[in-house]
Design a protein around this ligand. Structure first.
Ligand code: 8DG
Ligand code: MG
Length: 137
């Protein structure tokens, strides 16, 4: 098998100065806090992936996304290498629901300056880069 980097798309939803995070279940990073997101599928646009993953995982509907930073997270020993593209949802509508109970322990609105731990590694990298999403006071 040839190892290759994979592309993850993660969605920043900011409301009332807080960002939406969920605690991962049942795959790598179990127990860590992550943004909604998932794998970019073959042929999919980045915006399309962001919209689809957000809707599948939280039920939130968004149509306007601003491109954010990217991170490169390599865990060679575990065969993991992800480039994560962060997308900022500008018009997310609705209340988050736990649509994939086997994959997420629950959604919480979190202060960017006091994020829960442990963070899923791409999100930890993003925070360490000093990036602050729009809408955070
Ligand atoms: P899929 O396989 O159904 O497309 O996706 P999923 O079931 O939602 O898988 P996931 O584990 O939530 O996400 C797929 C990968 O995307 C994950 O293994 C690592 C990558 N990924 C990043 N950054 C982020 C992130 O910030 N949040 C989430 N949820 N996934 C991310 O590279
Ligand atoms: Mg996911």
């Amino acid at each position: 098998m040839t190892l290759a980097p994979r592309i993850g798309v993660a969605v920043l939803v900011v409301r009332n100065g807080r960002v939406l995070l969920g605690q991962r279940l049942g795959s790598h990073g179990e127990g860590s806090w992550a943004l909604p997101g998932g794998h970019l599928e073959f042929g999919e646009s980045i915006e399309g992936c962001a919209q689809r993953e957000l809707a599948e995982e939280t039920g939130l509907q968004a149509h306007a996304f601003a491109p954010g930073p990217f991170t490169n997270n390599v865990l060679v020993s575990r065969g993991l290498h992800y480039v994560t593209l962060f997308m900022v949802a500008r018009d997310a509508q609705g209340e988050p629901e736990r649509r994939e109970p086997d994959k997420c322990a629950g959604w919480e609105w979190c202060d960017w300056s006091a994020l829960p731990s442990p963070l899923f590694s791409p999100l930890a990298s993003l925070q360490q880069s000093g990036f602050v999403p729009e809408g955070i006071a």
